[in-house]
Ligand binder design. Structure first.
Ligand code: GLU
Length: 321
């Protein structure tokens, strides 16, 4: 049985993906998303794609994309087809923006960050300020638009997340009209990811719960663009003892190639699987063999955050080598 409650008809073959941003090396947090999305795609007899999310050029780190792909390979990941690079997709994003604009769903916004901050104190769940709607009815005379925003509706967007359960967000109340084309001329993540997921035929998105609150914005865009909404599964994210998400920004250490088996086993434990401890000293292919044979999507902990050690220890105690 397909564990995801998918709005995509069953006749659609499963297609999953891993979509790292090349802002730094692959770390333990991103390994979790790569591993779960890959194992679930393979368990469903589906395809698994890798997409390099390098659209936000100023945040890219030189060499990071190559290092991520090299690490994935060394960790035994095998993806289908060529890697899709967002930097090659600007025409597709422009076309999507035009389709939305033709429907009157995009408006130019002249507000600077400072002006938005002066107009509102309300923050969205992701911490950003909710857009107060200043330019909704047209930007002020004498100003020029800096960014282009999506006009949200004052209605709940709901979906069933395969890990986190029922979700609902009213975008008008939570985020306000959000940016599609940024003031620096770059396409925003929300537009790029929706365009790519649709064009690549992604049926199932398995990723970190740090993106759970972005999903309603992506679903709103999918509906406006009349493309299918994939099934979503948001995995708990790794946090440190202070509750801080393990990310490149918090300087999570890069994954060492020499410790691939050990880190894969730790990632499996984090995902609620219980690999035998001895696998840490096995070959990478043996870890994958075990993982593919025993993968149990339903065992993934149903929470948004988790300390790595909280899972590792009881898991290892259950299977002493
Ligand atoms: N590129 C995003 C990141 O590295 C992930 C996007 C996604 O999975 O939708 O956080």
């Amino acid at each position: 049985m397909n564990v995801h409650s998918s709005p995509v008809p069953d006749a659609f073959p499963y297609c999953g993906r891993f979509a790292p941003s090349p802002t730094g090396h692959l770390h333990f947090g991103s390994l979790i998303a790569a591993l779960a999305s890959c194992l679930e795609a393979r368990a469903q007899g589906g395809r698994w794609l890798v997409r390099m999310e390098d659209v936000d050029a100023p945040r890219n780190t030189p060499g990071a994309a190559e290092s991520i792909l090299k690490t994935l390979e060394a960790y035994g990941f095998v993806w289908d087809g060529a890697v899709l690079w967002q930097s090659t997709r600007l025409e597709a994003y422009r076309a999507a923006l035009e389709r939305l604009r033709a429907q009157g769903l995009v408006f130019g916004c002249a507000c600077s960050r400072k002006e938005i901050a002066a107009a509102t104190h309300i923050r969205a769940l992701d911490g950003s300020l909710r857009y107060p709607g200043t330019c909704r009815a047209g930007w002020p005379a004498g100003r020029t638009p800096r960014a282009w925003r999506f006009r949200v509706t004052d209605q709940p967007v709901s979906f069933m997340d395969a890990v986190q359960g029922a979700q609902e967000q009213n975008l008008a109340q939570e985020t306000g009209d959000f940016v599609l084309l940024r003031a620096d001329g770059l396409f925003a993540y929300q537009l790029a990811v929706v365009t790519d997921d649709a064009d690549q035929g992604i049926t199932h998105v398995v990723r970190g719960a740090d993106l759970l609150d972005s999903t309603p914005r992506q679903i709103a865009l999918q509906r406006a663009l009349a493309v299918a909404t994939p099934s979503y599964a948001h995995l708990p994210v790794v946090v440190d003892a202070t509750g801080e998400k393990l990310s490149k920004q918090t300087l999570a250490p890069p994954l060492e190639i020499a410790r691939a088996a050990e880190n894969l086993v730790a990632a499996l434990c984090f995902l609620g699987q219980c690999p035998p401890l001895g696998l840490r000293r096995a070959r990478v292919t043996e870890v994958w063999d075990w993982a593919q044979k025993h993968w149990d999507f339903a065992a993934i902990p149903r929470c948004r955050q988790l300390l790595p050690d909280g899972v590792k220890k009881p898991c290892f105690l259950l299977h002493p080598s």
